[in-house]
Design a protein around this ligand. Structure first.
Ligand SMILES: Cc1cc2nc3c(=O)[nH]c(=O)nc-3n(C[C@H](O)[C@H](O)[C@H](O)COP(=O)(O)O)c2cc1C
Length: 215
């Protein structure tokens, strides 16, 4: 499958695993990336500072040679720029940002070739990301778990509005739990989807089984 999202992030399937604070460690991230999607580790809830993040990045690389991302929930810690520097030093090629103003981080990453994914909950935020040079936006509707936006707009309404407002790739997120949701998102014109709790389920698993494990 080829979409704007598979092309930009060099993945086979246009599915990005959600950042998932407290859940997205190396094991989950590598499982998603090995399956052809884009796995992520959540930098801010890896216990410890820069060294712990460095170790987790290396743990991902021990488990997969596929593309993966490091996710930063901006407002949750004061040392986000230090963590971004660590990810840069470890040559992480894709970073995602949520829960705060991505501007300083997008400026820092200018000219580095790092691809960025920014979670947005409204048209204005998406346009700002495009202006600042972000590579793609994840449009997270009110249906999403852990939703941080102020606009109480569901995914089916938000995604088309954002697609009409920016020309960078748009991923749909919020309430997408299976292939039918992915098909619906692609039909709307999105380049792919972000899935959060759904990405914790191994194929054919019962709804209560997860593959999340620290490496
Ligand atoms: C428990 C939980 C923790 C989350 N933590 C993060 C996070 O740290 N970073 C992030 O970008 N998104 C985080 N999210 C949001 C998801 O990545 C995603 O945008 C949203 O959950 C998508 O909707 P869905 O839950 O319906 O799949 C979290 C979501 C949940 C449910």
């Amino acid at each position: 499958m080829k979409t704007s999202v598979t092309s930009i992030f060099e993945i086979d399937i246009p599915i990005v695993q959600g950042g998932l604070a407290h859940l997205a460690f190396a094991g989950l991230c590598a499982a998603v990336s090995n399956a052809g999607g884009l796995g992520q580790i959540s930098a801010v809830t890896i216990p410890g500072g820069s060294e712990a993040l460095r170790d987790e990045i290396r743990a991902v690389r021990a488990l997969t040679d596929r593309p993966f991302a490091v996710n930063f929930a901006i407002s949750t810690r004061r040392d986000i720029m230090d963590l971004v520097e660590t990810a840069l030093a470890e040559d992480v090629r894709i970073m995602s940002f949520t829960a705060g103003n991505p501007e300083p981080f997008l400026k820092r990453l200018e000219g580095t070739g790092v691809k960025t994914l920014i979670l947005v909950a409204g048209v204005r935020q998406a346009q700002k990301v495009e202006e600042l040079g972000g590579s793609a936006v994840i449009a997270v509707g009110y249906d999403g778990g852990g939703h941080l936006g102020r606009d109480d707009i569901g995914t089916m309404v938000l995604v088309p509005r954002i697609l009409e407002s920016v020309s960078i790739p748009v991923l749909a997120s919020g309430g997408i739990g299976n292939g039918r949701g992915l098909a619906a998102a692609l039909a709307m014109g999105a380049g792919g989807v972000e899935m959060a709790p759904a990405s914790l389920l191994p194929p054919n698993a019962s709804r209560t089984t997860t593959i999340n494990r620290r490496s």
